[in-house]
Design a protein around this ligand. Structure first.
Ligand code: NAD
Length: 536
């Protein structure tokens, strides 16, 4: 039988997935089958066809991985190496991502349903960020045995008979639990700093889309990471919960929803272990009436449609100054209704989502899976029932519009005059859904922007730099953007730390502060000899 184009592209990705690393757990330096032998299916979001079945690790597999990691931790070789030497090894893993970029990007395009070009850009970002973490190995070594600093406070210098230095120790065995929307980026952003800092780790990727993360086990093996120092257990919430609850795990670094983050924090509270939580958001785009209309529309589209709205920093609340609300919404509706659907993300190499490159969002990708599709449609049905006004969208596109693909598509949707207490204003929908409110004064704009429990990111657009910065400084969010033209929206840099206020998280990722999250600060008092004597 002649395969259609989409099935052909899927078949190509499936040839990558026959490799051992995509079919086994990685524990103690070896690829192993899950103890109960169960598998989990994952589907191509653009067509709903079966993409792959990967091992379903359960609590018993998690226990084996924790035992392997604790054995490596007790043996101590990895933690005992200078951070710069560890970084040289982890850098080989980052290079491995770059060397396999096309294959990994095709896998993510098929697994998440994101256009290939965007997947490739994300994969390049993961490799680049990994190299950045490795470049910090020397910086971490330079932070060992540093004399105590009074911080400028009076009376803060220890008495002269005391000799005190600070060290940054690894924490121990760390559970890394990641989300599906940018699988490799989210996972490697945890793996690289955790290992460079000297910890042993177990990665538990998302069951919704985590195939690319399974390759990190192979990268670790090829790079020569000692057995047990790094492990990968694929599985669902059961495996994640077992990792979080185990007394053999000293820290959980988690990226995912606020609900799960709260459960993880509860589990860690029982044993007082560390947590770093990168959670959901409901970011605001505040547009003042001196903003160029076309730029405002472009920025709005990029803000809520990048990765199909499935991005933690998606700007899903538009807060527009009353005086330009009508023309802005008119143009937004026109532009959104022109957007084509991306019916074969794997082959979307030429058009793709150019959001990261030139600010344009030119294609609508499918939702990652059936359950997320149902969840988003649930929000829309409830909004309809509650009488929320729809400017555009709100439905599944008809089969013809999406080439009879059978994929999990939703029309880009704009809800207007939304009440402040409505679910679609307060909750993270995680799909192509924008809620709009308006303001008259600067003070109202700030109140609107700060009117949810989240605080991950937000953007202010104005031609007046002083106003843009003033308002940005009053928004309670871990990353704010002030811009006259929308440039840089959603931009991230490995050296720039970010994280959430409120329900968006605890702790910071990236930058030297992000590396410190994987260490414990220790003071060492020494008397009766000099530090130089101790280092002879
Ligand atoms: P999720 O919370 O459903 O799942 C995340 C991970 O947690 C998965 O690996 C899952 O298997 C695991 N898990 C589920 N239940 C668990 C439990 N009880 N104990 C331990 N682990 C458990 O989130 P998701 O749907 O995979 O991801 C989307 C969410 O992630 C969105 O809220 C998004 O905003 C957020 N996110 C945040 C950032 C950030 O940097 N702040 C980045 C990407 C995604």
């Amino acid at each position: 039988m002649e395969l259609n184009t989409k099935t052909k592209s899927l078949a190509k990705v499936q040839t990558h997935l026959v490799a051992e690393c995509f079919n086994k757990l990685y524990i103690g330096g070896e690829f192993v089958d899950p103890i109960d032998g169960e598998k989990y299916p994952t589907y191509y979001p653009a067509t709903g066809e079966l993409l792959h079945e990967f091992p379903r690790g359960k609590a018993n597999d998690v226990e084996s991985a924790i035992a392997a990691a604790n054995a490596a931790w007790a043996e101590g070789t990895w933690a005992g190496m200078p951070a710069a030497s560890r970084a040289e090894i982890v850098a080989k893993m980052a290079q491995g991502i770059e060397d396999n970029l096309e294959m990994l990007a095709e896998i993510e395009a098929a697994d998440v349903g994101k256009p290939y070009r965007q997947a490739a850009k994300g994969m390049g970002g993961a490799a680049g960020e990994g190299k950045y973490w490795c470049s910090l190995g020397k910086a971490l070594d330079a932070e060992q045995d540093v004399p105590v600093n009074s911080g400028g406070g009076e009376g803060g210098v220890p008495p002269s008979e005391w000799n005190v230095v600070y060290r940054r120790d690894p924490i121990g065995v760390i559970g890394l639990i990641s989300a599906w929307n940018y699988p490799m980026n989210v996972a490697f952003r945890k793996v690289a700093p955790a290992l460079v800092a000297g910890n042993c780790a177990i990665l538990k990727p998302s069951e919704i889309a985590g195939l690319s993360c399974m390759f990190i086990g192979k990268l670790a093996q090829d790079a020569g990471i000692p057995p047990g120092v790094f492990n990968v257990v694929t599985g669902d919430g059961e495996a994640g919960a077992a990792l979080a609850a185990s007394p053999g795990v000293s820290m959980i670094s988690f990226t995912g929803s606020t609900l799960t983050g709260s459960k993880i924090m509860g589990a860690c509270a029982q044993k007082l272990s560390q947590v770093a939580l990168e959670l959901g958001g409901k970011s605001a785009l505040v547009v003042f009436d001196d903003t160029d209309l076309d730029k405002a529309v472009e920025t709005t589209m990029k803000g809520f449609l990048t990765n199909g709205g499935q991005i933690c920093t998606a700007h899903t609340r538009l807060i527009v100054q009353e005086s330009i609300k009508s023309p802005l919404l008119k143009k937004l509706k026109e532009e959104l209704e022109k957007l084509p659907f991306c019916t074969d993300p794997i082959t979307e190499k030429d058009r793709g989502d150019r959001a990261w490159e030139d600010g344009m969002t030119d294609v609508v990708q499918p939702i990652v899976c059936d359950s997320q599709h149902k969840k988003i449609m649930g929000f829309l049905h409830e909004a309809k029932r509650a009488g929320v006004e729809f400017l555009t969208g709100g439905n599944v596109p008809d089969a013809e519009t999406v080439g009879n693909s059978g994929g999990y598509f939703i029309q880009p949707t704009v809800l207007i005059n939304v009440e402040r207490d409505a679910d679609v204003w307060q909750k993270e929908v995680f799909g192509p859904v924008l809620s709009v409110r308006s303001f008259s004064t600067e003070q109202e704009a700030v109140l609107e922007a700060n009117s949810t429990a989240f605080g991950l990111a937000s953007t202010v657009m104005s031609a007046d730099p002083a106003k843009a910065m003033r308002v940005a400084n009053r928004i309670r969010a871990g990353a704010v953007y002030a811009t006259s033209n929308g440039e840089g929206l959603l931009a991230e840099h490995p050296a720039v730390s970010r994280g959430g206020f409120g329900c968006s998280g605890i702790g910071r990722e990236k930058g030297i502060i992000g590396l410190h999250e994987y260490t414990e600060l220790k003071s060492v008092n020494y008397t009766g000899f000099s530090l130089a004597d101790a280092k002879k």
